[in-house]
Design a protein. Structure first.
Length: 72
């Protein structure tokens, strides 16, 4: 399943790159794209565990960029 999310308060391209890299390493994630310019994130992950994967994505993003919010 592939879903897009709007990001709020993503401050720099470097943080976006770190978030993307960390998300791609999470189990069940097939691909991830975090765009600083568009303030968007696209996640491609297993359908069955998507909600659990998104919980981990939120935790991962908060650790890298605490001010950034993922709007679902």
């Amino acid at each position: 399943m592939k879903k897009k999310f709007k990001l709020e308060d993503l401050d720099c391209a470097n943080c976006a790159a770190k978030m993307e890299e960390a998300i791609k390493k999470l189990p069940g994630v097939n691909d991830a794209v975090v765009s600083f310019m568009a303030q968007r994130m696209t996640i491609d992950a297993d359908d069955a565990a998507f909600d659990d994967i998104m919980k981990e994505v939120v935790k991962t993003c908060a650790r890298i960029e605490p001010e950034c919010k993922i709007l679902m």
